[in-house]
Design a protein around this ligand. Structure first.
Ligand code: C2E
Ligand code: MG
Ligand code: MG
Length: 475
């Protein structure tokens, strides 16, 4: 069997084919051979795939498909324990656009052109290449030093750049070095893809190696995905509230509900660590709903017990733009808990409206007509802020803390002054986020900007602490 395996050439056109009746015999032979299970598995997979080489090749580029690449790579690594291997995954970040801009025929032409670059590398010993799907290509290659891999990556880039097109082809390459011969090729591909993802769309970054930091981040994301469902069910996700104040009197005007994960072993986890993961898998929609429900329920409790209430802001993830039920959910919460919608401020960032194919704009307009207050969060950090302001029906704008971070800088002051002036002229309520120092407060008061949220006044706190503040203010 070893002889067979050694005889099997690297490239498909040189490979012997096996007819279906022979295939069963081969599998039987494989089972009878004194190899470990891994060998047997590889051998069987290889022979089954070799028996019909056509099914191993992609139609367009005639490179190995993903499945064939996995078994062929695993086999090469296994048969060359003295060599170091890496897998490179490449894709084109603007391929969809390129197809639309230059036609699908040109898109296909580029794929064939790229396939030929990879095919050249296939000629090297112990190397195998693949066209996974669409614009994704892969290569397993041996190397002596990391620089060899950089050289390959740069060669692929410069040859792609030589393709004459009115549209720039932006390729990104992720590289994973096998840390042991036992590392599975499919894991290596996943890791190379993660590395690639970190530079996708950045024209100046040509390649990225998968490293320990990415590995730790990946583990942490997996852990979050794993734990979040239980966290939701067992009440570990709780709303904290950060008061908003009138800087002149320090009076509490309202509060913003901010999610906290009260993790049984890790303590309090802040949203920056888990929201990006939940936005990827869509679970943020459920998390938001849990926080909104806590806010409506709390407002209801205070109202029925005759206590003073203030408006509370809730954050609406941009992912709700893809959730057709979100508007109805908010209206139902207001009805169910008998809370006047004017007591709830909906905070959205500009990016929620960027690809408004799902009618976010109409939903917000309806929610405003229903009585909710609309607030644009993190103003100044998005893309089309000015156009947005012209068109969006927001009552309030929260200026991102990036604007006041740098208050000693003269240019920063000029920008902030003019932003305040413009928002006032547009009749928007202004809230300044992230006030931390008296100098910032002084500047803002001088420019008739009175409302703020910041650590100088209060940090986000458990609802019970916020209640105590409100109760104290009422007496
Ligand atoms: P955001 O909505 O802009 O909330 C304000 C953030 O600024 C909060 O961070 C708050 O703690 C922080 N902050 C307030 N004042 C200061 C200050 O003076 N200095 C500094 N350094 N920071 C200040 P947090 O709670 O970590 O939340 C981060 C972001 O996570 C929020 O930014 C919001 O975008 C998102 N988020 C929080 N809770 C939720 C939620 O329930 N749902 C959704 N979809 N997003 C949420
Ligand atoms: Mg907010
Ligand atoms: Mg904000």
């Amino acid at each position: 069997m070893r002889t067979n395996s050694k005889n099997m050439p690297n490239q498909p056109d040189e490979q012997a084919t096996v007819n279906p009746s022979e295939q069963e015999t081969i599998q039987e032979q494989a089972i009878n051979q004194p190899y470990d299970r891994n060998d047997l598995y590889l051998y069987t997979l290889r022979k089954m795939a070799e028996s019909n080489m056509e099914t191993n090749l992609t139609n367009l580029t005639r490179l190995l498909n993903r499945r064939a690449f996995f078994y062929k790579s695993a086999e090469i690594i296994k048969e060359n324990p003295d060599k170091h291997f890496a897998i490179m995954i490449m894709d084109i970040s603007n391929f969809k656009m390129l197809n639309e801009f230059c036609s699908h025929e040109t898109g296909d032409e580029i794929l064939v052109y790229i396939a030929d670059i990879f095919r050249d590398y296939w000629k090297r010993s112990c190397t195998v290449v693949s066209h996974f799907r669409a614009d994704i290509f892969a290569m397993l290659t041996p190397f002596a030093q990391k620089e060899d891999l950089v050289e390959i990556a740069m060669d692929i880039h410069s040859r792609i750049d030589a393709f004459k097109l009115p549209y720039k082809v932006l390729a990104s390459i992720g590289i994973c070095i096998a840390t042991s011969p036992e590392m599975s090729t499919s894991n290596m591909c996943d890791y190379a893809s993660i590395a690639k993802q970190t530079i996708k769309g950045k024209f100046y970054a040509k390649y990225a190696f998968f490293d320990d930091k990415m590995y730790q981040r990946m583990l942490s994301e997996k852990q979050i995905e794993n734990d979040i469902v239980n966290a939701l069910a067992s009440g570990q996700l709780q709303a904290y509230i950060q008061p908003k104040v009138d800087m002149r009197s320090r009076r509490i005007l309202g509060g913003e509900a901010l999610v906290r994960w009260l993790h049984p072993t890790e303590g309090i986890i802040s949203p920056d660590r888990f929201i990006p993961v939940l936005e990827k898998n869509g679970l943020i929609i459920e998390v938001d709903f849990v926080i909104w429900t806590q806010v409506f329920s709390w407002l209801h409790e205070r109202m029925v017990s005759g206590k003073n209430v203030v408006p509370i802001s809730i954050n609406i993830s941009r992912m709700h733009a893809h959730d057709t039920t979100f508007m109805q959910r908010l209206i139902s919460l207001a009805d169910e808990f008998h809370v006047p919608p004017s007591l709830v401020i909906l905070e959205l960032t500009e990016s929620s409206f960027l690809n408004d194919t799902d009618g976010m704009y109409e939903s917000m307009l309806e929610l405003k007509q229903y009585g909710f207050t609309l607030s644009m969060d993190d103003f100044g950090t998005g893309y089309s802020t000015m156009t947005m302001l012209k068109n969006l029906p927001v009552n309030e704008v929260k200026i991102d803390r990036g604007f006041i971070d740098d208050i000693e800088n003269e240019n920063a002051c000029i920008i902030l002054e003019n932003v305040i002036h413009m928002l006032k002229a547009l009749d928007k309520t202004i809230i300044i986020e992230g006030v931390e120092h008296p100098a910032q407060e002084e500047f803002l008061l001088k420019h008739n900007c009175f409302y703020a949220q910041g650590f100088m006044y209060y940090k986000p706190m458990p609802v019970s602490n916020f209640e105590a503040l409100l109760d104290a203010a009422a007496t």
